[in-house]
Ligand binder design. Structure first.
Ligand SMILES: [Zn+2]
Ligand SMILES: [Zn+2]
Length: 161
C-alpha cells in the first residue's frame, strides 16, 4: 500500500509533493480521499482540534489524540508523532497476517512502558532480520511506533509479500 508508505511523510511535509525518501514518486501515490484525510489529520494535529484520547504517549508522555488512518482508529501523539496501535490494528492497517511478524524472535526490554498496562514493553525486530525495532506490550499486545517507523514497517511489509 503506497498510500501507507507515504502517510507519515505527508503528515510531516504536506501533501503537495508525494515523495519517498526524497525521490519523487513516479505515479501519484495518494488518492484524493487519502489526501483529504491526511490534510484533515495534519490540520487537526496543528490546531489541536483532534479528539483527545485515553492514553499518554509512551515516549514523551503527552496526551495522545485519536485519529483515523485508513480505517484504523489509532492514538497519535501530537507532540512527537508517535503512534499507538492496539492489538490487531497494525496488521489491519498493513493488511498483514500479524502485527509484528518478528515477535517470535528474541527481544529485549524496551525503555518505554505500555500506556495501558504501565509495564515496560519489549523491543522486537519488526520483520527478522531487518533492523527496524518496534515496541510491543506482551500483556495487551499493543504496538508502539515512533515517528518514521510506520513508513518503514509499510515498506518492509510490502517487500515481505
Ligand atoms: Zn509523544
Ligand atoms: Zn499493554
Amino acid at each position: 500500500m503506497l498510500v501507507g508508505a507515504t502517510f507519515l511523510h505527508t503528515v510531516k511535509s504536506g501533501i503537495k509533493t508525494p515523495k519517498i525518501h526524497g525521490v519523487p514518486a513516479k505515479v501519484p501515490v495518494v488518492s484524493k480521499e487519502d489526501k483529504e484525510r491526511v490534510e484533515r489529520l495534519q490540520q487537526g494535529l496543528a490546531d489541536g482540534s483532534l479528539k483527545q484520547g485515553q492514553i499518554d504517549c509512551p515516549k514523551c508522555l503527552h496526551r495522545c489524540c485519536v485519529a483515523l488512518i485508513k480505517d484504523v482508529e489509532v492514538d497519535i501523539c501530537p507532540r512527537c508523532r508517535s503512534i499507538w496501535f492496539d492489538k490487531n490494528e497494525l496488521s489491519t492497517y498493513l493488511l498483514a497476517r500479524k502485527d509484528v511478524p518478528g515477535d517470535i524472535y528474541h527481544s529485549r526490554l524496551s525503555k518505554y512502558s505500555c500506556p495501558h498496562c504501565i509495564k515496560p514493553m519489549r523491543e522486537f525486530c519488526f520483520i527478522n532480520p531487518h533492523n527496524l525495532l518496534v515496541d510491543k506490550c506482551e500483556q495487551c499486545e499493543g504496538v508502539f511506533l515512533e515517528e518514521g517507523e510506520l513508513d518503514r514497517a509499510v515498506r518492509l511489509n510490502e517487500k515481505q509479500q
